[in-house]
Design a protein around this ligand. Structure first.
Ligand SMILES: [Zn+2]
Length: 459
């Protein structure tokens, strides 16, 4: 009897030893992998160790791992985190100000930022923006703003992944008294955060029309030397198109190409007015595009031919733009608009099928930032950025087609759990790395102070 007991004990120890360890195992969810074959695994398992995805497979594989923590996602959707390829998170501080003002950027936004934006505003504004993104299932954000080193610090505090660009512009900025002062700040920022596991530091020249050619060429040269991304608003404004046509007889994209900025480092936001030859250039030069449908239609500028770009193999991801433009920062809220507006403008309901739109939000976003090797899908070896949807949201039942459910039925509020770099950042809608109530309290207090000083909003 005693011998048998010892034998069983030894056998069970050896079984445990044979099981490789895992930090986190997610069980029983509908796993939407977004891999090349678009595999969806009913009652699937996702295994995470050391910030990476170790295995994805059927329920049975869970028994192969000794898990430190298990999340039962029974009935819920498990999928790669959303990638927000263009935003200005700190501008949450100005959300709902001047939404319906004409020619807003120069008449209202730039003066507003000059008056109010400082390091503290960026600190709390970015935390608030990230709170909304994590709550809505965004695991990577691509941000262009001022005091971007502060954005990087709070992103690390939150545990969020970011491609973060320090703004360079031909006028004084909140963090640089002299025009183009951001260029030196950007170089220092890139030096300080290079190699960080969560932060990819970048240059953010504001737009082709708001920097001179010499500075744009200098940024192209530095980004090549430092292998750093370049984030930029491109072909967003009708007067931008008219000015480049008049002064150079070029489109802005042709101009960027002629000065060496249109390349694999560039993430071009908007591209609303890209023509067929622009699209061919974006593809040939392997540039990324951030498609911000909601911000673009709200600004009444037009619908970017992003679907055409995507179909022609351009690296297209989805973005929200800043919260003064698109107002909300979760990508799930974009999905239905992307699908429906491309159908509408092309008068064809078969276009932009839901699987393609989910692809843009996940692996497409990863391609847009040239990170498809380690982000954007649930595949062994990639970084563990994973979200889990509510098992019981009324609007997600029934769920015959998971892509249609996500695009046409889901909202950011249906995300229950967000995991970034293998770390659980939000579980059952509770933030684990930051004090959400404290962030909201600071935001309310700062907004009250700004509200008292902002003065009348121009008509
Ligand atoms: Zn923008």
């Amino acid at each position: 009897m005693r011998r048998l007991f010892v034998f069983i004990l030894l056998a069970s120890i050896s079984t445990i030893r044979a099981q490789p360890p895992a930090d986190l195992v997610i069980t029983h969810g509908t796993v939407v992998t977004m891999n090349d074959k678009k595999d969806v695994i009913d009652d699937g398992v996702v295994v995470i160790r050391d910030a990476k995805l170790v295995a994805i497979g059927p329920a049975a594989i869970a028994a192969n791992y000794a898990a430190k923590k298990t999340i039962d996602a029974r009935g819920g959707i498990v999928m790669p985190g959303m990638i927000n390829t263009h935003t200005h998170a700190a501008m949450t501080i100005f959300r709902s100000l001047g939404d319906d003002v004409a020619d807003r950027l120069k008449r209202f936004m730039f003066p507003l930022e000059a008056k109010f934006v400082d390091r503290e505003v960026v600190h709390w504004g970015t935390l608030h923006g990230m709170l909304e993104m994590v709550e809505g299932g965004v695991t990577t954000f691509v941000d262009m703003y001022y005091f971007e080193d502060e954005v990087a610090r709070v992103a690390k505090q939150m545990g969020m992944r970011g491609v973060l660009g320090e703004t360079v512009i031909n006028q004084p900025a909140p963090d640089a008294k002299e025009p183009y002062g951001g260029f030196e700040l950007a170089k220092k920022f890139i030096a300080d955060f290079r190699g960080d596991p969560l932060i990819t530091p970048a240059f953010a020249p504001h737009a082709p029309y708001s920097l001179d050619e010499a500075h744009l060429r200098a940024i192209a040269k530095e980004s090549e030397a430092l292998d750093a991304p370049v984030l930029m608003h491109v072909e967003e404004m009708p007067d931008e198109m008219a000015t480049f046509r008049k002064d150079r007889n070029q489109t802005p994209i042709e101009f960027l190409d002629s000065i060496g900025l249109l390349n694999r480092h560039l993430v071009a936001a908007h591209c609303i007015f890209a023509n067929d030859s622009d699209i061919a250039l974006l593809k040939a030069r392997d540039a990324g595009v951030a498609h911000n449908m909601v911000a673009n239609i709200k600004s009444a500028k037009g619908v970017s031919p992003a679907l055409k770009m995507f179909d022609q193999g351009v690296r297209v991801g989805l973005g929200t733009d800043g919260p003064m433009s698109g107002n909300t920062l979760d990508i799930i809220g974009q999905l239905g608009y992307v699908a429906k507006l491309h159908k509408l403008v092309n008068h064809d309901r078969t276009l932009a099928p839901s699987v393609k739109v989910v692809e843009m939000a996940t692996i497409g976003g990863a391609r847009a930032i040239h990170r498809e090797a380690d982000l954007g899908s649930l595949e062994a070896g990639k970084l563990a950025d994973v979200i889990i949807f509510d098992v019981d949201a009324t609007n997600l039942i029934p769920n015959y087609d998971v892509y249609a459910t996500l695009v046409y039925g889901a909202s950011g509020k249906d995300v229950r759990t967000t995991i970034i770099n293998g770390r659980v950042i939000m579980e059952d809608r509770k933030l684990l790395t930051v004090d959400a109530a404290d962030i909201k309290a600071h935001m309310r207090a700062m907004a009250k102070s700004i509200g008292e000083r902002v003065g009348p909003v121009p008509k």
